[in-house]
Design a protein around this ligand. Sequence first.
Ligand SMILES: Nc1nc2c(ncn2[C@@H]2O[C@H](COP(=O)(O)OP(=O)(O)OP(=O)(O)O)[C@@H](O)[C@H]2O)c(=O)[nH]1
Ligand SMILES: [Mg+2]
Length: 479
Amino acid sequence: MLDLGYLDSQDDTIVAVSTPPGEGGIGIVRLSGLQALEIGCSHFRCKRDQSRKNSHNQDFSPSARKLYHGYFIDQQGEEIDEVLFSYMPGPHSYTCEDVVEINAHGGIISIRNILNTLTNSGARLATPGEFTRRAYINGRIDLVQAESNLALIRAKTEKGMKAALQGVQGKLSASIYDLRRILLDIIAEIEVNVDFPHEDVEWELQHRSEIIDQIQSCKEQIDRLQVKHKAGRILREGLKTVIAGKPNVGKSSLYNYLLGENRALVTDIPGTTRDLLSDFINIQGIPLKIMDTAGIRVDGDTIERMGMDYSRHALEEADLIIFILDADTGITEEDHFVYRTMGEKGEAPLIILVNKIDLTAGMTPEDIGQAFHYDGLVYASILENRGIDELKRAIIEKTYAGEIQGEEGALVLEARQGELLYRVTALLQDALTALEGNMPMDIITIDLNQAYERLGEIVGEHMKGDLLEVIFGRFCIGK
Ligand SMILES: Nc1nc2c(ncn2[C@@H]2O[C@H](COP(=O)(O)OP(=O)(O)OP(=O)(O)O)[C@@H](O)[C@H]2O)c(=O)[nH]1
Ligand SMILES: [Mg+2]
């Protein structure tokens, strides 16, 4: 159940283990809130004061951001673990509140005892993401930065991490604030002139065309953000790469080769693969989610047809399709059938891989060009390990992956933020259409105001509590 009352519980001092569960070298327990210092100190015996064995260390008063060596003690003054203690006074801390961190030995029992002791002394267990939520509520970071923190934790590749870091550092937020400022200027400009209308028709036309230019340039900025968003999504989720083709062309052979292990069954019997297999590989820092599919053909038994349904579904969601042809059989009616199936689907780039060139030279690019439209063409023999490097190059070149290479090319946006950006684009387009259709200026400000508000939602202005619950609920406890 959602706890909608969390705003009232802002005064609580919260505690959680911030390191992953299980055995580790160290485990960090973090306290944040008004009583963090008091509760933390009452359970710490500094090594330099060790002579006062039984005292609860009432006069231990740590300086900010210094590490103290000593013991964590329970209510009875019994030592639980040897620890390092540090204190970060608000507002210069992760949450903007007083924060105490206790670095203990990573054992499950010792960490659990420390946590129990602290909750018995008045701290409350933090809910998932509550530390980051406090940082947001206290104004240290905006929602984009908070959500990027999550992406940073979950990044699977270095490029993905760098993209998320841009969000944490506020580069995405800066673009959003910039766009909002420009929109606000445009709205103000329109409103001033609506209140003091000009008689001059020339002036009116000139004014309109200036506003069109300004909105157009806002829209272009958002388009650029969306390209970066797409690149960021790929870095996070992997470029969905579907290996498709008629039965027996070598789809599973390619899948195994790219994975570097024999995951899929390979036989010379057409219709071997029936399930959808998928796994992650990494090509030049770009994560690919590669999928081996059941060969698509007109007939086939019940199980094979179910497999083909999976194939079709995978094609629908593909970011990239590798369409394999068999050099030995040449282009057949079955290939046309597969191609038609793909054609019904989205607009993912298509790379044709002509396989088995160890058997015959295969069809010429002209033959292929007459039959199919493609974005890249590679000749290969998976059996003899030929053409694979060319395939990898084509993958990088023919997809958005090319754009990820560039400095600052990718941004990690949450689906929520991507959706809002999309709506802003639509609103700006409506405003442009209205302007070009000579609609009254004050009508246009309705769209612009809405666009302004949607941009505000991206960075988390006027967010409803329940939505925040959902957003922060995806974090781990202790973050
Ligand atoms: N000569 C030759 N044979 C190959 C090559 N690549 C794959 N094969 C053979 O082609 C046959 C089919 O390979 P698979 O990888 O199972 O083909 P598939 O497309 O997954 O087939 P289905 O799962 O039935 O749709 C196997 O006998 C492979 O050894 C190649 O480059 N040259
Ligand atoms: Mg197969």
